[in-house]
Design a protein around this ligand. Structure first.
Ligand SMILES: Cc1cc2nc3c(=O)[nH]c(=O)nc-3n(C[C@H](O)[C@H](O)[C@H](O)COP(=O)(O)OP(=O)(O)OC[C@H]3O[C@@H](n4cnc5c(N)ncnc54)[C@H](O)[C@@H]3O)c2cc1C
Length: 421
């Protein structure tokens, strides 16, 4: 019997990649933000912890880092082992939003909990629950194959289901927050299982309560499963102009007003599969494949500034793309700022900003975390100097250290510091 999964999991822990569990199950009752349950007693020492584990295969920037202790989590009950609670730890997913700046002197919990199933249904939506370790892209494609659209715009984002809420992943006009119903997390500090509904997750642009409270750095919560609410009355989301253009290139007609069309009016309505295929094609053209050129996707968030600041910037830099937000503030394109600052395709040591997309920082081979910190710092400095705009890195730095200003490059290589005083 699996202690935690028996208590809370929406699907049997070993039902990985299962098809729909039931078409008649009621949707889960609304969840209280603070709903928490003590975990059932653990089975101690059932899962041996490995020592001195190389993490370079587990991060898409391919940075070297050694975990003092490492445990692969395939079952939520493993999280209840008593020796985890008092330990310094880090929760690892697919390592695709991560800069490993050095060794990790603690316990790495590598989330690999599998399983996905339909867990409820009502007049408006289908509810689908997936284990934290499921690969995000595979999960999205599976929902589409089951006939449950709603996540197609988020196709091909690397990483795991469990990490998706942490930074509220978003792409092509959509954020995952729009589709999250609730999630289950194990609180490693208190030894309780917590349920977070959507409001309790406090989602914002590339942000959630897990980042706001710093829990993503101190490993307080391990998200074990996420429940999605997928709409039955689906409407295509082609707010991002590039999708309509890609569909048109494929001979698929679209009408901009389709998002308000009646269900009967599907003449110019692309299918969810067609939208997913368009997104996948766009992403393959624009972004480097980490398997070929290690990277962590967009390295900086798009800065959001006051409308007055955006207007001043537009006067000084007429080509600046701006995206007014619902709250009156204005989002700027970080990639454009980096390109204008002369960093597109430029290298510093073994790392550089990608030649075809200035926002992606890539490892050309042999880079260490310090190299990434140095380049990020140089790009931030130049954008600040030219535009007065602050760029915030999107990936998580672990350990969370700052750039060391005494790090300098000589002939393209980071100069080793002398150990002499
Ligand atoms: C080529 C490329 C393209 C990308 N495109 C996008 C994009 O379009 N949009 C976007 O938003 N992101 C994008 N990303 C970033 C990344 O894919 C996402 O942020 C993804 O959700 C990270 O998942 P992960 O499993 O790899 O998390 P990791 O990198 O392993 O971890 C990221 C953070 O989440 C925490 N975490 C991970 N799993 C859990 C868990 N189960 N419980 C609690 N905390 C957890 C970690 O502690 C860490 O703080 C891209 C990355 C790459 C390499």
């Amino acid at each position: 019997m699996r202690a935690m999964s028996a208590a809370r999991s929406a699907f049997p822990a070993n039902s990985s990649s299962s098809a729909a569990a039931s078409t008649t199950a009621p949707p889960q009752a609304p969840l209280a933000a603070e709903d928490s349950t003590p975990a059932v007693a653990p089975a101690p020492h059932a899962w041996p912890v490995a020592h001195s584990v190389d993490l370079s295969p587990f991060n898409t920037l391919a940075l070297p880092s050694c975990a003092a202790r490492y445990l692969k989590i395939t079952d939520p009950a493993q999280l209840t082992a008593p020796d985890i609670a008092g330990t310094r730890r880090f929760v690892l997913g697919g390592g695709s939003n991560l800069v490993l700046t050095g060794d990790i002197d603690g316990l790495v919990l590598h989330m690999a909990i599998a399983g996905k199933a339909k867990t409820g249904e009502d007049a408006e939506a289908v509810y689908v629950t997936a284990g934290a370790g499921e690969r995000w892209h595979d999960f999205v494609q599976w929902t589409l194959a089951q006939g449950w659209p709603g996540l197609e715009n988020l196709s091909l984002i690397p990483g795991t289901v469990g990490a998706a809420p942490v930074q509220n992943i978003g792409a092509y006009g959509m954020e995952v927050a729009e589709r999250i119903h609730s999630l289950t997390a194990y609180d490693l500090d208190t030894g309780t299982v917590r349920r977070f509904d959507r409001a309790a997750c406090r989602f914002a642009y590339r942000d959630s309560v897990f980042k706001q409270e710093g829990w993503h750095l101190d490993g307080r919560f391990a998200i074990t499963e996420v429940t999605f609410r997928l709409p039955k009355h689906w409407r295509p989301n082609i707010r991002y102009a590039g999708i309509a253009e890609e569909l048109a290139m494929r001979g698929i007609e679209t009408a901009m007003e389709m998002t308000t069309a009646t269900p009967a009016d599907t003449r110019h309505c692309p299918t969810p599969r067609q939208i997913a295929d368009a997104v996948i094609a766009l992403r393959r053209r624009k972004l480097p494949d980490p398997a070929v050129l290690p990277n962590a996707g967009s390295f900086f968030q798009n800065p959001v500034v006051a409308a007055t600041a955006a207007a001043t910037l537009c006067t000084a830099h007429p080509g600046l793309p701006v995206y007014p937000q619902a709250n009156g503030r204005v989002k700027l394109a970080a990639g454009w700022l980096i390109e204008q600052a002369g960093w597109k395709g430029r290298r510093l040591g073994p790392v550089g900003m990608y030649a075809h997309q200035a926002l992606a920082l890539v490892n050309h081979g042999g880079a260490r975390g310090r190299d990434v910190l140095a380049l990020a710092h140089a790009v931030q400095n130049d954008v600040r100097r030219i535009f007065g705009v602050e760029l915030t890195p999107e990936p998580v730095y672990m350990p969370n250290i700052a750039f060391d200003p005494s790090d300098t490059y000589e002939n393209g290589t980071l100069r080793e510091k002398s150990t002499e005083q």
